[in-house]
Design a protein around this ligand. Structure first.
Ligand SMILES: NC(=O)C1=CN([C@@H]2O[C@H](COP(=O)(O)OP(=O)(O)OC[C@H]3O[C@@H](n4cnc5c(N)ncnc54)[C@H](O)[C@@H]3O)[C@@H](O)[C@H]2O)[C@@H](O)CC1
Ligand SMILES: Nc1ncnc2c1ncn2[C@@H]1O[C@H](COP(=O)(O)OP(=O)(O)O)[C@@H](O)[C@H]1O
Ligand SMILES: [K+]
Length: 479
C-alpha cells in the first residue's frame, strides 16, 4: 500500500538511482497493454482516452503495444498543452508512427466521440495528479465513458478518484479494471473493480534508502515573515562550548529563521562569540541544573522545536535537569549526546527524535549489529518499545519509528571527526519544525551526509564539522 505523495517520492528516488521516469512510463504502458490484451480479441476496437499528464503518457505508450487491435488514441486538449516532457515524447512517437489519434479540443467534440461500438476503453485522463472535481472536458468524457457499453480499464486510478481516499469530488470513471503501478493505493481498496498491481521496475532500494524524493519541499510563500520558517531552542553547553554553537548554526543552515541557545552562564560568552547569528540566553551556574528548568520550559513552549543535548556533559545534576525538562515538555525535540541516556526512563508527552551513535544506542538499552540490515531490524524494534523516532548514526544511518524504517547511505568516514553529530542534530531539529519526525530524521541524515561528502571532496579526512555548515544547503539542490 502506498500513498500518492509517497509514490512521487519513490519515483524521484528511482530516478536518482538511475531509473528515469520515462523508463517507468514505458513499463506502465506495457503493463496496461498486457491487461487490455487479456480482455479483447485481435481486431477489436480499443479507444484510449488520454489526459495531458503522465497518466495520459502511460496510454500513449500502451497504444504502441496494441498494434494488433483497432486502436484510437484520443487526447483531451491540444498537444501543445501536454504537461510533461516524457508524455510529450510518447505522444510525438505515436504521431510519427502514424498510429490513429484524435485531438479533442473542447467539450462539444467529446459528445461527438463515437464510443458505441467500442469493445474496450482505456481511461488515461487522470491518475495521482488529480486535484478537485473533474473539470471539462474530462467531466463530460467521464460521463460518456460511463454510459458506453465498453469494458473500461483505468490507468493507475479511475479518473476523478483520489488515489489516497478512494472518493471523488464530482463525477468519476466507473472502471471494470484498474491497472496500478508498483504498489496498490489506499483509494483502490473499496472500488468494485478488478485491480492489477503491475511491477514497473522500481527497486525496493527506492523505498528503503533515503533519496532526494524524501526531502521536504523548499518552497516558501512570498508573503513569509520572520519566524514562519522555524524558531528553535538549543539546550546545550557547559562544560563544552562548541557543540551547541555547531548545532545552532546547522539549524540556521537547514533553514530555521531564529535559533536560541540556552547554555550555562559559564560558557554563554564563548558560545555567543562563535556567531552573531545565534541568540544566546545564559542560565545560572556552570552546567544545566534542575534549578533553571522552569525558565527553560517557559522559553521552550514559545518555540517551534527544541534540540536538547549538545555539549551538556553527563553530570548527575544535568541528567536530572534533562529528565525534569522532558517531563514538562510537550512539543517536538531532538535529543542528542549526553541527554540520550535519560529518554528510556522518562515519561514524556514530547515528540522526540533521538540521534544516538551505536555506542549511545547501547547505553540507552538498545542493541546494534555490524550488518546494517540486522541493525535496522533491531533499531526498529527498540524505536517501537521507546515510542520515539530513532536515528542511529553510522556508515549506514538507520531511521525508524517502529512503523517505518529508512536507511541513509550518504556520508563518508571522514565524518568521524568530532562535531558532525552536533551538526546532524541541528539539521534534524530545523526540519522537525515542519516535517513529520521520521521524514525529518531521514532527510536530516541525508543532507548531513551530503554536506560531509562535499566537505570531504574539498578537505579529505581533514574535514572539520564547521566545513559542513555552508555545504548543507547544497543537499537540497539535489532534486
Ligand atoms: N509516480 C510514478 O512512479 C509513476 C507515475 N506514472 C503515471 O503518472 C501519473 C501521474 O501523472 P501526473 O503527476 O502528470 O498527473 P496526472 O496525469 O494524473 O494528472 C495531471 C494532469 O491532470 C490535470 N488535472 C488535474 N486535476 C484535474 C481536474 N480536476 N480536472 C481536469 N484536469 C485535471 C492537470 O492539469 C494535468 O494536466 C500516475 O497516475 C501514473 O499513471 C507512470 O508513468 C509510472 C510511474
Ligand atoms: N563511517 C562512516 N561513514 C559514513 N558516514 C559516517 C561514518 N561515521 C559517521 N558518519 C556520519 O557522521 C555523522 C555523525 O555521526 P557520528 O560521528 O556517529 O556522531 P557523533 O559526532 O555524535 O559521534 C552522521 O551523519 C553519520 O552518518
Ligand atoms: K486514469
Amino acid at each position: 500500500m502506498i500513498t500518492a505523495d509517497r509514490m512521487a517520492a519513490v519515483d524521484a528516488n528511482a530516478a536518482a538511482l538511475g531509473i528515469p521516469r520515462k523508463q517507468l512510463m514505458e513499463s506502465s504502458g506495457n503493463a496496461v497493454a498486457r491487461v487490455v490484451r487479456e480482455s479483447v480479441d485481435p481486431g477489436d476496437r480499443v479507444v484510449l482516452v488520454c489526459g495531458r499528464g503522465n497518466n495520459g503518457g502511460d496510454a500513449f505508450v500502451a497504444a504502441r503495444f496494441l498494434d494488433a487491435y483497432d486502436t484510437e488514441t484520443v487526447l483531451l486538449g491540444h498537444p501543445e498543452r501536454i504537461g510533461t516532457e516524457i508524455a510529450r515524447e510518447n505522444w510525438d512517437a505515436i504521431q510519427h508512427a502514424e498510429l490513429p489519434t484524435t485531438v479533442v479540443g473542447d467539450t462539444t467534440d467529446i459528445a461527438d466521440l463515437d464510443l458505441d461500438d467500442v469493445d474496450l476503453i482505456v481511461d488515461a485522463m487522470l491518475g495521482t495528479g488529480v486535484t478537485g472535481a473533474l473539470r471539462e472536458p474530462e467531466a463530460t468524457a467521464a460521463r460518456v465513458i460511463n454510459e458506453s457499453e465498453a469494458t473500461v480499464v483505468a490507468v493507475d486510478v479511475p479518473s476523478g478518484v483520489d488515489a489516497d481516499t478512494g472518493t471523488s469530488e464530482g463525477v468519476a470513471v466507473d472502471a471494470d479494471h484498474v491497472v496500478t503501478f508498483h504498489d496498490t493505493k489506499p483509494g483502490l481498496a473499496d472500488l468494485d473493480a478488478a485491480v492489477t498491481v503491475a511491477e514497473i521496475g522500481i527497486p525496493a532500494a527506492a523505498e528503503r534508502f533515503v533519496g532526494p524524493g524524501d526531502l521536504p519541499s523548499q518552497h516558501r510563500a512570498a508573503a513569509s515573515h520572520k519566524g514562519d520558517h522555524g524558531e528553535v531552542l538549543v539546550i546545550g553547553g557547559g562544560p563544552y562550548t562548541g557543540a551547541p554553537a555547531l548545532t545552532g548554526q546547522a539549524a540556521l543552515r537547514a533553514g530555521c529563521d531564529l535559533v536560541h541557545i540556552a547554555c550555562p552562564e559559564s560558557v554563554a560568552r564563548d558560545v555567543q562569540g562563535y556567531s552573531e547569528n545565534l541568540i544566546v540566553h545564559a542560565l545560572d551556574g556552570e552546567r544545566f541544573t534542575p534549578s533553571v528548568v522552569e525558565g527553560v520550559l517557559d522559553r521552550a513552549v514559545e518555540m517551534d522545536g527544541v534540540i536538547c543535548g549538545p555539549g551538556l556533559g553527563d553530570h548527575a545534576e544535568t541528567r536530572e535537569a534533562v529528565s525534569n525538562f522532558l517531563g514538562g515538555f510537550e512539543g517536538r525535540a531532538v535529543i542528542d549526546a549526553d541527554a540520550l541516556g535519560v529518554v528510556p526512563e522518562v515519561d514524556t508527552d514530547a515528540t522526540l527524535v533521538c540521534t544516538p551513535h551505536q555506542g549511545e544506542l547501547q547505553a540507552m538499552g538498545g542493541e546494534t549489529a555490524d550488518d546494517w540490515e540486522q541493525r535496522a531490524d533491531l533499531v526498529a524494534e527498540f524505536a517501537g518499545e521507546l515510542g520515539h523516532t530513532l536515528l542511529v548514526k553510522g556508515p549506514y544511518d538507520i531511521v525508524a519509528d517502529g512503523e517505518t524504517t529508512r536507511v541513509n547511505r550518504t556520508g563518508t568516514p571522514a565524518m568521524t571527526v568530532g562535531g558532525t553529530g552536533d551538526v546532524l542534530a541541528g539539521v534534524v531539529g530545523a526540519l522537525l519544525v515542519a516535517t513529520e519526525p521520521l521524514t525529518a530524521a531521514a532527510a536530516g541524515a541525508y543532507l548531513t551526509g551530503r554536506a560531509g561528502e562535499a566537505a570531504a571532496d574539498a578537505r579529505g579526512n581533514g574535514l572539520v564539522a564547521t566545513d559542513l555548515l555552508d555545504r548543507l544547503s547544497e543537499g537540497f539542490d539535489n532534486e
